[in-house]
Design a protein around this ligand. Structure first.
Ligand code: TXA
Ligand code: MG
Length: 337
């Protein structure tokens, strides 16, 4: 009973767009592509509609949702004020993979922000997602369109796998480009704080506004809790336990195989070329870590419990987009070796 549409960037299927927009306006939950990952959208002003998102995903209700809008006018309707730094950031990175946390005006349904007086807002740049937001012309609350705890969906088939039959519609716009979720930046403090590293890097933000802080809870030092409520939950978990491998991938894999494990390996093409293994999933090239971001979640979903008992994944430096890649991998991993 879930409706399926296929929409390409070239020919924005008008019929599909208006059907999906009507469902959203009627208070249904619909999945759609953004440039980061697929989102599961619902009318952010309709509490019952928003509840459908939490139910379909099995999402804890204390984890607030990002509200997606088509333009800055719509954004300004939802917040008390847009500070100067936020204006600069919107100009530089919006539409795009940046979510700004601002003071809420309280116009969205209370379950969107899980009781916080702030609101996360983003204008996505994906032509299909953006067009749908324009057509619906209402603010759309949308977390990633996966069952909570699983890797975020970067292809429509990931959404179908997790949510088919549980939501009103799935719009297939092909693979998403960036592959990791947006950067979440808290602009309610004098100096903005990165709560979740993502598509827009700390380095890029710094170039626009001078200074940016990083939530100490992200560094993995157990003293501080992460400030974005969602960052404390298990996330991105593949079907088999995952270990991050800093060096000697071949030796680590051999040792586990000798102990009777069925080892799957996620590696860049450069590392893969040096390995001797039956089960390797290539996740991009070290020459361009954006390709690793793009393919990472698909790689995490690649290995099934029936085929492997443990997954080893290459490790990366935390520079630029590497920061977001390693943030997700460290959350997905059972350990490091
Ligand atoms: O790229 C993305 O951001 C995707 C696409 C669909 O836009 N969405 C996404 O949503 O990743 P979700 O729900 O999976 O992650 C939202 C994150 C969570 O870590 C949540 O805790 C945080 O943003 N967040 C949302 N509102 C917040 C607020 N008011 N204060 C602090 N953190 C907030
Ligand atoms: Mg998510």
């Amino acid at each position: 009973e879930t409706k399926h549409w296929t929409v390409s960037e070239q020919s924005l299927n008008k019929q599909a767009m208006s059907e999906a927009a009507v469902l959203l306006k009627q208070g249904e939950a619909v999945a759609f592509p953004t440039e980061t990952v697929y989102g599961l959208g619902a009318d952010a002003t309709n509490e019952k509609a928003v509840r459908k998102i939490f139910e379909a995903k099995g999402r804890p209700s204390d984890n607030p949702l990002i509200v997606h809008v088509a333009n800055t006018n719509q954004l300004e309707d939802l917040v008390e004020e847009v500070p100067d730094v936020a204006h600069k950031l919107l100009e530089a990175f919006s539409p795009g993979p940046l979510t700004l946390i601002l003071k809420s005006k309280g116009t969205v349904a209370p379950n969107v922000s899980a009781g916080l007086d702030s609101i996360g807002i983003r204008i996505p740049s994906h032509p299909v997602g953006l067009r749908l937001l324009e057509e619906a012309a209402i603010p759309i609350a949308a977390p990633s369109a996966n069952i909570s705890g699983r890797p975020s969906p970067t292809r429509a088939e990931h959404v179908v796998h997790d949510l088919d039959g549980r939501i009103a519609g799935i719009m297939d716009g092909g693979p998403t480009g960036i592959g990791l979720e947006s950067t979440v930046l808290d602009c309610t403090e004098a100096v903005p704080v990165i709560l979740r590293p993502g598509g827009v890097t700390a380095e890029a933000i710094q170039r626009v506004i001078g200074t940016v802080m990083i939530d100490p809870g992200l560094a993995g030092e157990q003293k501080e809790k992460p400030k974005a409520p969602g960052m404390k939950y298990t996330h991105y978990a593949p079907e088999a336990p995952l270990y991050l491998v800093k060096e000697n991938m071949q030796q680590q894999a051999d040792k586990l195989a000798e102990a009777g494990e069925k080892v799957g390996i996620i590696a860049t093409e450069e590392l893969a070329a040096t390995l001797d293994s039956e089960r390797i999933q290539i996740c991009g090239t070290r020459k361009n870590l954006a390709t690793v971001a793009e393919h990472l979640y698909d790689a995490l979903r690649h290995f099934k419990k029936s085929d492997v008992s443990v997954i080893l994944c290459e490790s990366f430096s935390k520079q630029d987009v590497g920061a977001a890649i390693m943030n997700r991998l460290e959350k997905a991993a059972t350990g490091v070796m």
